[in-house]
Design a protein around this ligand. Structure first.
Ligand SMILES: Nc1ncnc2c1ncn2[C@@H]1O[C@H](COP(=O)(O)OP(=O)(O)OP(=O)(O)O)[C@@H](O)[C@H]1O
Ligand SMILES: [Mg+2]
Length: 313
């Protein structure tokens, strides 16, 4: 800004305050030829920094995402991204849609399955990436598989500064101490935390239910996704499910036994919304997508939960 413009602006401000500066002339008496002064731009109000986020940002590297076959930034039109778009749509509608359709604590979503290795972690991470990258809605990805934590390792992030178990056992630990802030603006990760004797039992503790209530209240506008242990391996994930607004049950194509799926559906029947997704279904010959894909199974309020068969669409 030139010196003249500065003087004129100063004059205008003084004039507006009713204290015209005789040396510079008042704005009321300003020459009609005086240059038009653009109005001050609206002051930029920086977005409220999230007090729970640490200053350090950890990078989710595309080559790591690619190595695990996860959704990549900038490739939102890929087949995998399209599958997760179908999966997330009803989940988000239940959490943030029309008030009469919303589910209580619908923003708390647990991804689980009957048995180990069916694709819970893969699905949870993809769902988190899909929601954070595409919709700009803030996602907190929680590694609640405390006995076999995988998320930071999977994503090659440093998750050694504590996490969920520390929040649950040490009153001196705050969210900010343990959250991982990522280079995807809307995605933060809560690691599982330090190994703890009988850590899975913590998931069913009173402190866990207090923490979940607090999270649901404090982060009511965010999606909180929980990667969990398999339902049939221990009783705690079933207790955890009772606190969730929604449960996503991963079914592995050609592998999850029908009896195991039926048992799992029974275990989460108390949850208002249970969605099943079919993972690792093989595409039919002639289709151009890779070997694996997701099928979007049924979902609905538990009372109307689909039969214990996930269909592949
Ligand atoms: N749809 C998929 N396409 C390609 N790879 C997949 C898919 N689903 C899972 N995988 C891979 O299969 C392996 C097991 O998946 P994942 O770790 O997500 O299972 P999990 O249910 O979380 O296992 P655990 O019960 O041990 O925690 C991983 O190497 C994962 O990358
Ligand atoms: Mg896992």
């Amino acid at each position: 800004m030139s010196i003249i413009e500065k003087a004129l602006r100063k004059n205008r401000v003084a004039g507006a305050a009713g204290k015209s500066d005789p040396g510079a002339g008042s704005s009321r008496g300003a020459s009609p030829w005086a240059p038009e002064i653009p109005p001050d731009p609206a002051p930029e109000i920086p977005p409220d920094p999230d007090p729970d986020l640490p200053a350090e940002i950890q990078e989710l590297r595309p080559e790591v995402l690619q190595r695990h076959g996860l959704i990549l930034p900038g490739e939102e039109r890929s087949g995998l991204a399209e599958q997760f778009r179908l999966i997330k749509r009803p989940l988000l509608a239940n959490a943030f849609g029309a008030p009469q359709l919303r589910v209580r604590n619908g923003n708390l979503i647990m991804v689980t399955s009957s048995l180990p290795g069916e694709g819970k972690t893969f699905s949870t991470i993809n769902l988190a990436l899909s929601i954070a990258m595409e919709l700009g809605r803030t996602v907190l990805l929680v590694d609640a598989d405390v006995a076999h934590p995988q998320i930071p390792k999977y994503l090659e992030l440093d998750g050694d500064h504590g996490g969920l178990t520390d929040l649950l056992t040490d009153p001196g630990v705050s969210m900010r101490d343990v959250l991982i802030r990522t280079n995807i603006d809307n995605l933060a990760i809560l690691p599982a935390g330090k190994p703890y004797r009988r850590s899975t039992e913590l998931l069913a503790s009173e402190r866990m239910s207090e923490l979940l209530d607090e999270m649901a209240r404090r982060y009511s506008d965010r999606v909180i996704l929980f990667d969990s242990p398999p339902l049939l391996a221990a009783s705690e994930p079933t207790v955890l499910a009772t606190h969730m607004g929604q449960v996503v049950l991963v079914v592995e194509a050609e592998r999850t036994p029908k009896g195991a799926l039926e048992r799992s559906l029974d275990l989460v029947a108390g949850c208002e919304v249970v969605m099943t997704i079919l993972n690792k279904a093989v595409w039919l010959p002639g289709m151009d997508y890779a070997n694996y894909h997701y099928g979007y199974g049924g979902y609905g309020r538990a009372a109307e939960a689909p039969a214990a068969t996930a269909r592949n669409e």
